[in-house]
Design a protein. Structure first.
Length: 524
């Protein structure tokens, strides 16, 4: 600390006195450029042009990944040694990401520290080297900034976990209420991974490959297999155990669906729609054309099913599904991607050259032709404003308004591979997250620009559409979630994303919600 026993002599030499100075209690009582000096005659504001010193700035991560990077939802610990010839008033930490300054706390021996939660900062990157800067202020508000000695890598990639060897592909995942991720392989196994990747369980289900997305109802996992069967997998004393619940007569390839009463809907390439009640015997529809897509269930529990280029509507009476449109509606071209629902059914069909977006109301009738696009390569998604987001095989993501007009200001980003079904999130900065056939996970801004890109799988790996888990401890309005993407190489990737699944979007993703119920209404 500065000594003040010479102040009277200095003041006399300057023809002044302590009484000529403004009194103060703390330095912030003084104008900038002065601090509150303690003298034998009282505390007064005194000039100080000498800035504080900063040294030993260091940054560590509270919970680093195996590679040493800090997670997007992690915390940086910043420390520094600060000194001044009079008084260190305070200090804060800033990051080169933008965002708020974080105050540091004074410790012993001139050591100052701060915990910097990364969730509070914008992060328009997948992985990025972050620079922390400590700025010290003395009582006169002189400032000295100093950067940390190196950069700290921050990443969205929580884990990439191989699930098995000899897998030729994994299907889209479902997420249970506790965050357990469920995905099935073409080897006929179902895999269960805790939300943080800390464990792995698997169970063989049926005798065929599994390409349909799992469905979660309560604590049960429902699986449609290409051995023509539907299975319910339950936890029996710590062991996941499958039991056959229905025979659909042909391979189950499309996603399963669920009614509001808990019945499971399966379709097969034999041309049957099957209703499986929570308890009791499954009942099949009349034989029709082969199905390659799963059913969609509206909020009145009516079923919508596509066979080739034909759309059928069924209702369930005494457990049996029966047609309510006679004849079925012709869509004019083949439908290859999952259906969506927004004030009626939205269908993406193609004639081998162009894609067509159409809407069919619950009353049926001729489809409304909304837009012509490139051939779709995943399920379309509907945003809160009713606009339709369309993944295309031409490596782009297009968007039209609810009436089919080009979306104002929308860019057509080149995403490097055929695009999968978008996740629609609550993040205002990055409302869409998509995966591609070239191993990338990409965050897309509201105007269609690429905000960030992570090449998690390599260009030879095709990723499935994602699914999402938001922990219950996340702060409302500022959530960070974990999106899961399964690869054709049998690896499950977990990526931290901003926001959560947008419940106000009428059909936020091809499988509608984290449980994959394919049922209109609030996500499950």
């Amino acid at each position: 600390m500065r000594s003040f026993h010479l102040l009277p002599v200095l003041l006399l030499a300057a023809c002044a006195s302590v009484d000529d100075r403004a009194s103060c209690s703390v330095s912030t009582d003084c104008p900038r450029g002065q601090y509150c000096a303690r003298t034998p005659d009282g505390s007064v504001c005194w000039p100080d042009a000498v800035p504080p010193t900063v040294s030993g700035v260091s940054v560590s991560c509270e919970a680093p990944t195996a590679g040493g990077a800090c997670l997007r939802d992690g915390t940086l610990r910043v420390s520094a040694t600060l000194a001044d010839d009079a008084e260190v008033l305070g200090a804060d930490v800033t990051l080169d990401l933008g965002g708020p300054a974080v105050p540091m706390q004074r410790g012993a021996g001139g050591q100052w520290t701060a915990a910097v939660p990364l969730r509070g900062f914008p992060f328009e990157h997948f992985s990025h080297g972050v620079v922390a800067t400590v700025t010290a202020r003395d009582g006169a508000r002189n400032e000295t900034p100093m950067d940390a000695s190196g950069v700290t890598t921050v990443t969205r990639l929580r884990f990439s976990r191989p699930l098995d060897t000899g897998i030729f592909g994994l299907g889209p995942p479902a997420v249970m209420a506790d965050g357990t991720v469920v995905t099935a392989g073409t080897n006929g196994k179902v895999y269960l991974v805790p939300w943080d990747g800390s464990g792995l369980a698997s169970v063989a289900v049926g005798t065929g490959q599994i390409t349909a997305a799992p469905l979660v109802l309560g604590t049960s996992i429902w699986i449609g297999s290409e051995d023509n069967k539907v299975y319910e997998v339950t936890n029996q004393g710590g062991t996941w155990t499958p039991s056959e619940r229905a025979d659909t007569g042909g391979a189950v390839r499309g996603a399963l669906a669920a009614t509001s009463t808990g019945s499971v809907i399966a379709t097969s390439d034999f041309g049957l729609a099957c209703v499986i009640p929570p308890v009791g015997v499954a009942r099949n529809s009349a034989l029709g054309s082969p199905y390659s897509l799963g059913a969609v269930v509206d909020d009145a529990d009516a079923l919508y099913l596509v066979a080739g280029g034909t759309l059928r509507r069924m209702t369930i009476t005494l457990g049996i599904p029966g047609d309510t449109w006679t004849p079925a509606i012709s869509l004019g071209s083949t439908v290859l991607t999952p259906l969506a629902w927004s004030s009626g059914l939205i269908v993406s069909s193609n004639n081998g050259t162009d894609g067509f977006i159409k809407r069919v109301g619950a009353a049926g009738g001729d489809p409304d032709n909304l837009a012509t696009t490139g051939i779709t390569s995943g399920g379309i998604a509907v945003a809160e404003d009713g606009s339709i987001v369309i993944p295309e095989a031409t490596k782009t993501l297009s968007r039209v308004t609810s009436s089919g007009a080009p979306y104002p200001g929308w860019q057509m980003p080149d995403l490097g591979g055929s695009v999968r079904t978008p996740l629609v999130l609550t993040s205002p900065a990055v409302p869409f997250v998509v995966s591609t056939s070239k191993g990338s996970v990409i965050g897309v801004a509201p105007d269609g620009a690429v905000s960030w890109r992570g090449d998690v799988g390599g260009t030879s790996v095709s990723l499935q559409p994602g699914n999402i888990y938001t922990r219950g401890t996340e702060p409302a309005g500022a959530e960070l979630s974990i999106a899961y993407f399964a690869g054709s190489d049998g690896v499950l990737h977990a990526v931290i994303v901003d926001g959560r699944l947008d419940a106000s979007a009428p059909w936020p993703k091809a499988f509608h919600d984290a449980r994959n119920t394919n049922r209109a209404g609030a996500p499950q």
